[in-house]
Ligand binder design. Structure first.
Ligand code: NAP
Length: 258
């Protein structure tokens, strides 16, 4: 049987370590036959990402701080030269200052607001700008980003990241509208809480895990490979009619009103 992503080429942003959701997405995409490129932010993560990328036979591991437009441009230039196009991207990048992820939201300063929104929301629009011409060369493509329920509803402690996710989710809709005529689809996966490096920066994270385990319809937490497999579906032709959506992979937690 042929694999879901055979012949497709994709870029994965946001692998920090093997617990990263980006890494689960990479593993699902590689299992389905995709050829992958990875980015890392700064030298600190280079070796880590190179080691993981080697296990899925990736030949393209590139530096990219998403706040640096020249670095983003460089990534797409290199991929265009190597591949002559691109089929999908996974944007799994977010950041907020630690002081903006504790206590109340009201005290947020402009600097912290700009940082969180710039890294966690605007970066996806910038990537979409740069990736779209490469996807057009392939007759279309799929862009996926990661969000969380705290972008829609108040999750104490999530604070500025919730505001950033709201901007990200609306960016998904506007990007989907703009890029749809080019057969480029844009979607978000809203994942339930998963124990990663970024998640540990959120003050109420352990409580969030416990509440989902106790209340979600499936009575358990989300496994990272469940997010990975959903991303592989969104990269594939199986999801060809889906764009501008937020797909929940959260064991059903979002349907609750209790
Ligand atoms: P993670 O492993 O810590 O991944 C976050 C990644 O973002 C890291 O690789 C980090 O690199 C990168 N990053 C931060 N600032 C960057 C910048 N300026 N340029 C490039 N990369 C940058 O945590 P994760 O939980 O897998 O997060 C991935 C995505 O899933 C995020 O969008 C997050 O909000 C979302 N999400 C997570 C959960 C959860 O519970 N874990 C739930 C729903 C959605 P550094 O390590 O170098 O900073």
């Amino acid at each position: 049987m042929s694999k879901l992503l055979e012949g497709k080429k994709g870029l994965i942003l946001g692998v920090a370590n093997k617990r990263s959701i980006a890494w689960s997405i990479a593993q699902s995409a590689a299992r389905e036959g995709a050829e992958l490129a990875f980015t890392y932010q700064g030298e600190r993560l280079k070796e880590n990402v190179e080691g993981l990328a080697a296990t899925v036979n990736s030949k393209h591991i590139l530096p990219c701080d998403v706040t640096q437009e020249s670095q983003v441009e460089d990534v797409f230039q290199k991929l265009d030269a190597a591949w002559g196009g691109l089929d999908f991207i996974a944007h799994c990048v977010a950041f907020a200052k630690s002081e903006d992820l504790e206590g109340g939201y009201t005290k947020t300063k402009k600097d912290g607001f700009d940082t969180a929104l710039g890294v966690s929301a605007y970066s996806f629009t910038l990537l979409a700008q740069k990736a779209a011409p490469l996807m057009e060369k392939r007759g279309g493509g799929s862009m996926v980003t990661l969000t969380y329920l705290g972008g829609e509803r108040v999750m104490p402690g999530y604070n500025i990241m919730g505001v950033a996710k709201a901007a990200l989710e609306n960016s998904v809709k506007y990007l989907a509208y703009d890029l749809g005529p080019k057969n480029i689809r844009v979607n978000a996966i809203s994942a339930g809480p998963i124990n990663t490096l970024a998640a540990r920066g959120i003050s109420n994270f352990t409580d969030m895990l416990k509440i989902v385990r106790e209340k979600a319809p499936l009575r358990r937490n989300t496994e990272p490979d469940e997010v990975g497999d959903t991303a592989a579906f969104l990269f594939s032709q199986l999801s060809r009619g889906i764009t501008g959506e937020v797909i929940y992979v959260d064991c059903g937690y979002n349907i609750l009103a209790i």
